[in-house]
Design a binder for this molecule. Structure first.
Ligand SMILES: NC(=O)c1ccc[n+]([C@@H]2O[C@H](COP(=O)([O-])OP(=O)(O)OC[C@H]3O[C@@H](n4cnc5c(N)ncnc54)[C@H](O)[C@@H]3O)[C@@H](O)[C@H]2O)c1
Length: 379
């Protein structure tokens, strides 16, 4: 088995999720490469060292440039805030490293396009961490759609609801609240939450042709956590849009951090000529399914519990009836990435797929400003 030497930047929420996946993938999947946790990079050396000790990294860097320059690193994994994705990815590609990057790919489509060009020119393996594709129920939705079980698709409906920024006392900027600072995040819920919904939607239902959106910033000024000064809030707190897919189906998308009671309620539903399906992140091991072709007396929505070996990824885990969860989506992504290296058929979503999503979020934000339907650039 060949070693795959990992250098990861950022040791926050996603740093933990990725590292867990790097450690788990070979225990459960039969793969030709094994991730080796060579180095973690964080600006605070003491915290980075503590992370390295807890998670088993061999070494620590405090400057990502030093990490990228290391000859013993094969792959740079970007688990840092959005504002540094592009510069790290460009340098990593130039150094001939494989690059995994968190979503959204860039702060803007022009940044993302540069990232796509860099990895494609360097010919290095690349992937974006849109992990929800690899929840077994979402993968099964993809299989059912590809098998034609839904028939012609008419509607796609997605929501991603949270409630953690309702208080005007929540600051912007700094470690826990960088998502509210546009100079670090790029945008608000459009690039953060809707990006997930859009990636899944285009994977399941093809490209989006045009959108019309609206956004709102409910709290106009917040204290900056780093400077203590009150500043204008430049992110979108809530965002909703209508979309037309290239296949003629219609869609609605909504995301907000102001839906009291909802913590991470990512849901989608697809309605086809013969059947409909629905998924809910709070119950991620289930796929809701309605098939009009069932006999009338027993026809109805059924809730499929994905824990049988027939279900995607499940044969690698436990026993029927016992479900898997959020962290497994990342493990599946690592396993598929490595399987792509082994077979020469690269796993997706790649950087170009990430750019396609960024083109949609950009069109939504532009449309929200102009109040007009906006064509989506195709990646
Ligand atoms: N795929 C998902 O489900 C998912 C979920 C959450 C976050 N994300 C994405 O993951 C990324 C990280 O989010 P998070 O929730 O882990 O944030 P976080 O705040 O928990 O961690 C961010 C990390 O980036 C580090 N960082 C920032 N600038 C750096 C620099 N110049 N050099 C080195 N390290 C630097 C911070 O120190 C911190 O360790 C973001 O792009 C976010 O959009 C994806």
């Amino acid at each position: 088995m060949k070693p795959l030497n990992i250098g990861m930047v950022g040791y926050g929420l996603m740093g933990r999720a990725h590292t867990n996946a790097f450690r788990q993938a070979n225990q459960f999947f039969s793969l030709g490469h094994r991730p080796v946790l060579k180095a973690v990079c964080g600006r605070d050396g003491k915290k980075a060292k503590a992370f390295a000790k807890n998670w088993g990294y061999e070494s620590v860097e405090t400057d990502w440039k030093a990490l990228v320059a290391r000859p013993d690193i094969d792959l740079i994994d970007i688990a840092a805030t959005n504002n540094v994705h592009a510069e790290i990815a460009l340098a990593a590609a130039k150094a001939g490293k494989m690059v995994l990057c968190e979503k959204p790919l860039g702060m803007s489509p022009s940044e993302s396009l540069k990232m796509v060009n860099a990895v494609e020119k360097a010919g290095v393996a690349n992937m974006v961490w849109y992990n929800y594709r690899r929840a077994p129920a979402v993968t099964m939705a993809k299989q059912l759609i590809e098998e034609g079980k839904l028939g012609k698709i008419f509607h796609y409906r997605a929501k991603f609801l949270q409630d953690w920024t309702i208080s005007a006392d929540v600051p912007q900027g700094g470690a826990g609240t960088w998502r509210l600072d546009a100079s670090v995040s790029g945008s608000g819920v459009t690039g953060d939450l809707l990006a997930h919904c859009i990636d899944t939607a285009m994977w399941l239902n093809g490209g989006i042709e045009s959108v019309t959106g609206m956004t709102e910033t409910f709290v106009k000024k917040r204290k900056n956590a780093l400077t203590g000064k009150k500043q204008e809030v430049l992110i979108d707190d809530a965002s909703a849009f209508l979309a037309r897919f290239n296949n003629g189906s219609l869609a609605t998308f909504e995301a907000t951090r102001y839906a009291r009671g909802h913590k991470a309620l990512y849901t989608f539903e697809v309605n086809g000529e013969h059947a409909s399906l629905a998924w809910d992140l709070h119950d991620l091991h289930r796929l809701e399914w309605f098939d009009h072709r069932d006999e009338g007396n027993v026809r109805g929505w059924r809730s499929i519990h994905l824990s049988e070996s027939e279900h995607p990824y499940i044969e690698h885990w436990w026993i029927p009836g016992v479900q898997i969860g959020f962290e497994h989506t990342f493990t599946h992504q690592v396993a598929d990435f490595i399987a792509g290296l082994d077979s020469g058929e690269p796993a997706r979503p790649n950087f170009r797929d990430g750019l396609a999503t960024d083109y949609v979020t950009d069109a939504v934000l532009k449309s929200a400003k102009t109040g007009r339907w906006t064509k989506v650039k195709q990646a």
